[in-house]
Ligand binder design. Structure first.
Ligand code: SF4
Length: 220
């Protein structure tokens, strides 16, 4: 097991000066210490908070996986490669916090269940932090990645499940795009739902590109 998993009280701060006291508070959060200590990995909380007020695009994920936990960087994994492809952005654009905020439903890796899949995001994280984080952001485009994000942000409109919610993407637009999780486990889902790549992704890429262009040239 990597030493980082066992490092007690490890606090991750992004490689930038914390722009807000909220970011510092989240980075120091240890609310789930006991919960994570009792998982198979026995890891310590390592919040990965990646946002700055002013970002025009918001990506709402589920919770960091183990790779992200170790890297301290959101979507630093194969899911991230697929998500960046869906959005049509480079790594540099994706990780530019002045343009794209990445705020998962829980900031820490939750551990694994008995089958080796990631546990769901601990609800205490959204209860504790989410309203405050959202109050600091004013995104013009929000990507809701997976069911947890869709249920929190869309409420009753996401009750039909991920496939139905994503299929209804036009009803949520033009400022919200519900997406399936870009995990490679969902490759079969992508094959069964070809409309996602044929219809939704071109619209998503166009919306992302337009906002990035505006950020580059606000007067344009
Ligand atoms: S998951 Fe959220 S509430 Fe739990 S320790 Fe991490 S930041 Fe705190």
């Amino acid at each position: 097991m990597p030493a980082l998993f066992r490092r007690p009280g490890y606090a991750y701060l992004p490689d930038m000066p914390a722009s807000t006291s909220l970011l510092r508070e989240i980075s120091a959060c240890r609310l789930c210490e006991q919960r994570f200590a009792s998982t198979a990995t026995g890891h310590s909380p390592r919040p990965v908070a990646w946002f700055r007020p002013g970002a025009r695009i918001l990506v709402v994920g589920q919770a960091p996986g183990m790779r992200v936990h170790l890297a301290g960087r959101p979507f630093a994994d194969r899911s991230g490669n697929r998500l960046r492809d869906w959005m049509g952005v480079s790594d540099a654009e994706f990780y530019d916090r002045s343009r794209i905020a990445i705020v998962p439903m829980a900031f820490c890796f939750p551990g694994y269940d008995a089958k080796g899949a990631d546990l769901p995001p601990p609800p205490i994280c959204a209860r504790t932090w989410r309203e405050r984080v959202m109050a600091e952001l004013q995104p013009q485009l929000t990507l809701l990645v997976g069911g947890h994000a869709q249920r929190w942000h869309l409420g009753a409109a996401a009750r039909g499940g991920v496939t139905q919610t994503v299929a209804d993407w036009r009803a949520h637009g033009p400022h919200i795009f519900p997406l399936p999780h870009p995990s490679w486990r969902n490759t079969g889902w992508l094959r069964r739902n070809p409309w996602f790549q044929a219809d939704l992704l071109p619209e998503l890429r166009a919306a992302v590109a337009a906002l990035l262009r505006e950020a580059d040239d606000p007067a344009g």
